[in-house]
Structures are given as structure tokens and as C-alpha cells.
Write a protein that binds this ligand. Structure first.
Ligand code: 6PG
Length: 465
């Protein structure tokens, strides 16, 4: 397979970092940016690596200068800029060339773009890239969707620039069209849930136990040495230890309204469309939306003057609660992936997904090592939490989650993601739940019918005579 000539368009933070990573691994790369004055500046930043980089004034000039077959990576904001870049590129491409969208795209758009481009003889790859600026520069985790042939054309480059776990690249091809972007979206959904869970525990320690940020940071630091080891726990420890230039804890200098670009919300939307529920992720998206409603919260605080009680749980209890809820949010994420895999006939390799998330990406963690092993041992499709090794851990830490949620809610501390995780668990271990009543109600008001437990005939209740 001929290695394609590589180009990269969009030298923002992530694009620049990825371009330098590619050049550092020994590959030649053509680069262009929306504004051409960025090129000389970028060449300066590249230092010795500039020898492997060829700058162009614009996207069309870059495409024209590149020998075919070309593979052009777009590092532009999701949505219209991707379509605009593709439209600009097309007149200068030849059949067999590949366009790679390496941003956080809605996988529905990736599927549309793939169909449009493949119909014209071009290849389109939707590639999820995780790890922030540092990851892009020194080794991101990458989730690729597209044809196998187009993957083979860029594979040596992608594997060379990827993060490595035990020497193996944290990048792979997972399926056609939108598969890579879908996996990245679910990665981000899990990222949202993990961040929300950490923030809820921070809140309990701060407001419930009256601990100072630095002391809480030290606790997260301790946790990072055990089963909770993860990039997000590690950076939480660092953030909470930091002091702002005004002398107060850095976290106290920040407005408590969380931003979001949409990937967490997309996970929830797609989960619901697939008949799933990723309730821990939904709680995290809701938590961000509620946080952004500062005027509403201020009015609520003034009206209800909440008095929050003390919650002083042992550190081990809080740590176990976090681990239990993390197992649930990962389990929900993998259920969504399993449902999408079935719905789109992607045949996703769950073990491989967990493996490429073990290094480079934002949710990398010790738990993902266990999850990878669980999938390799044949974890049930769509039910990660019930894989023997994972279920054993969950059994041991679940009481701490229950204790934490009980204490928090009894004292007025909001813990939406912890609560959602516990509710999911309590529901999923009920062989017979309460939905029979819902079926009866549906039949009562709308003759919707139901299945009988004895398998017998008759789909309506006695209320219909
Ligand atoms: C990653 C991240 C990244 C994402 C940011 C911000 O995997 O490197 O997920 O892709 O853009 O985390 O996302 P929000 O602005 O939605 O929080």
C-alpha cells in the first residue's frame, strides 16, 4: 500500500501540535491555515522540524502542490467549517484521495460526508483524537472510522504518532464511516461523567466536611496512587493544590458555570435514539447546564436559603463511592457503544476500544486496564458491569456509594451523577421491577396491550372487559 502524501489544514492549538508530532516521527507534511500569516510563525515554532514541513498560503494551493494519493487532515472546528474546507478541497483532489476529519464531529455528519465523498470516488475518514494539546503533540489516542483501504493508507503515520501502552499504539480502525467519531463521542460522554463525579466528591469534602481545596487536592493525590489512578484524578489533585495570583485557591477564582461544546450531549441524544440510557452521563450534562444557570441558582438560593448539613465520611468510603460510580459510567458508555454497533452493523471490538483508551486520552485510567482485560475475558455484550472481575469489584465498593449518596441527599448536597449511578445499579439488579404497572397504565388509557408472565393469550387487562 502506497503511503499517501500528507497534508494538514488548520494550525490552531491542536492542529499545530499534531503537525509537529507527525514531523517529529519523521514524516513529511504539507501545512496550510485559514490565515496565511500563521505559517511563518508556525515554521519558527517548528525549529529543526521545519525541514519536514512545507507551508502553503491556502488549502487549494496545498492540495495542488501535493502529489497523489493525498491524505489531508482537517483540524478545523466541527460543523460548517468542515463542510467549507471539503468544498474548497474537492476541485483539487483526485479519486482515491482521502480527507480526514480529526475534530470532534457529530457522527451523523460524518456518515453523511462519507456517503457524499465516496459517491464521488474520494475516501473520508472520521477520526476521534483525544488527549488535548499535550496528547496531540506527544501521543494522542485515536479512533478511526472509514474504509479499511483508506485506513491502511495512513496507518503507519497514525500508529507512529499515537500514544503507546506497553509499546502498542493507542490508535485503531474500528469500522466504517461514523464509527470512529461515535466512539470518540462516547469517550467524551464518559469524560463528562467522570468530571462530574469528581466535582460532586469535591463538593462533599468542601461543603460537607469543610476541607480546604489543598487538603482535598492531597486526598485526590493519594487516590491517584491506587485503583482510582487516572489522568482526571491526577489533574484534579494539581488544580486543587494551585493558588491563584491573588493568593486564594485557584479553584475559588473561577466562575462556577461549566462550558460544553456538545459531545456529552451528543452521547445522551444518541443513547436515547438507540433506546438506551446513559444516566450518569446525562446527569453530568444536566449538571453543566444547571451550573450555567447562575441567575436561576442565585434566585433559588435566596428563596430557599438552603442549610446544608455536615457530611464527614471517611476518605476510603468516598474513594470507593467514586470507583463504584466510575464502573457504572463506563458500563453505560459501553452499552451505548454495543447498541450502536448492533444498529449500524459496525461489529465494534470493545476490548480494542478499551485498549486504545488506556493511554493518551483524557479518560485514561487504571480502571480501563481492568475493563480491557474484562472484555478480553469475554465480558457480556452491553453489560460490562456484569463481567465477573468487574462485578466483583462493584460488589465490594457499592455499599460505599450507597452510604455516600444517602448521606449527601439527607444533608442537602446535590450528587446527581452519584445518585444516577446508584439508581441504575439498583434497577439493573432487580430481575422483576415495577414496569408491569406502567404496562397496565398504558393498556388502561390507550389499549396498548402487554405480554403476560404466564405466556398465555390476552393482551389486555380486565379494565377492558
Ligand atoms: C479530548 C477532549 C476534547 C474536548 C474537550 C472539551 O478527548 O481531548 O474530550 O476533545 O474537546 O475536553 O470538551 P467540552 O468543551 O465539551 O468540555
Amino acid at each position: 500500500m502506497t503511503l499517501a502524501t500528507l497534508g494538514l489544514y488548520g494550525l490552531g492549538t491542536m492542529g499545530s501540535a499534531l503537525a509537529l508530532n507527525i514531523a517529529e516521527k519523521g514524516f513529511g507534511l504539507h501545512v496550510a491555515n485559514r490565515t496565511d500569516d500563521r505559517i511563518p510563525e508556525f515554521m519558527d515554532e517548528a525549529g529543526e522540524l521545519a525541514d519536514r514541513l512545507t507551508g502553503h498560503d491556502d488549502l487549494a494551493a496545498m492540495a495542488k502542490a501535493m502529489p497523489a494519493p493525498r491524505a489531508i487532515i482537517l483540524m478545523v472546528p466541527a460543523g460548517a467549517p468542515v463542510d467549507g474546507s471539503i468544498a474548497e478541497l474537492l476541485p483539487h483532489l483526485a479519486p482515491g484521495d482521502t480527507i480526514i476529519d480529526a475534530g470532534n464531529a457529530d457522527f451523523n455528519e460524518t456518515r453523511r460526508r462519507t456517503a457524499e465523498l465516496e459517491a464521488r470516488g474520494f475516501a473520508f475518514i472520521g477520526m476521534g483524537v483525544s488527549g488535548g494539546e499535550d496528547g496531540a503533540r506527544h501521543g494522542p489516542s485515536m479512533m478511526v472510522g472509514g474504509t479499511r483501504a483508506s485506513w491502511e493508507g495512513i496507518r503507519p503515520v497514525i500508529e507512529a504518532i499515537a500514544a503507546k501502552f506497553d509499546g502498542a499504539p493507542c490508535a485503531d480502525h474500528f469500522g466504517p464511516d461514523g464509527a470512529g467519531h461515535f466512539i470518540k463521542t462516547v469517550h467524551n460522554g464518559i469524560e463528562y461523567a467522570e468530571m462530574q463525579l469528581i466535582a460532586e466528591l469535591y463538593g462533599l469534602m468542601r461543603e460537607g466536611a469543610g476541607m480546604a481545596p489543598a487538603a482535598i487536592g492531597a486526598r485526590f493525590g493519594d487516590w491517584n496512587a491506587g485503583p482510582l489512578k487516572s489522568y482526571l484524578v491526577e489533574i484534579t489533585a494539581e488544580v486543587l493544590a494551585a493558588t491563584d495570583r491573588t493568593g486564594i485557591p485557584a479553584v475559588d477564582a473561577i466562575v462556577d458555570a461549566a462550558g460544553q461544546k456538545g459531545t456529552g450531549r451528543w452521547t445522551v441524544i444518541e443513547a436515547l435514539k438507540l433506546g438506551q440510557s446513559a444516566s450518569a452521563i446525562e446527569a453530568a450534562v444536566a449538571g453543566r447546564a444547571w451550573s450555567a444557570d447562575r441567575i436561576g441558582r442565585a434566585a433559588g438560593a435566596a428563596l430557599f436559603a438552603p442549610e446544608r448539613g455536615a457530611v464527614d465520611l471517611p476518605a476510603d468510603t468516598l474513594a470507593e463511592a467514586l470507583l463504584a460510580a466510575r464502573i457504572v459510567d463506563h458500563s453505560q458508555g459501553f452499552s451505548v457503544l454495543a447498541a450502536a454497533s448492533d444498529a449500524f452493523a459496525w461489529d465494534l471490538d470493545m476490548a480494542r476500544i478499551a485498549e486504545v483508551w488506556r493511554a493518551g486520552c483524557i479518560i485514561r485510567s487504571a480502571l480501563l486496564d481492568d475493563i480491557s482485560a474484562a472484555f478480553r475475558d469475554g465480558a457480556p455484550h452491553g453489560h460490562l458491569a456484569f463481567a465477573p472481575a468487574i462485578a466483583e469489584t462493584l460488589k465490594s465498593v457499592l455499599p460505599a456509594l450507597r452510604r455516600t449518596v444517602s448521606a449527601a441527599t439527607a444533608s442537602g448536597h446535590p450528587v446527581p451523577a452519584l445518585s444516577a449511578s446508584l439508581a441504575w445499579f439498583d434497577t439493573m439488579i432487580q430481575a422483576r421491577g415495577t414496569a408491569a404497572l406502567i404496562q397496565a397504565q398504558r393498556d388502561f388509557f390507550g389499549r396498548h396491550g402487554f405480554d403476560r408472565v404466564d405466556g398465555g393469550a390476552g393482551r389486555h387487562g380486565p379494565w377492558w372487559g
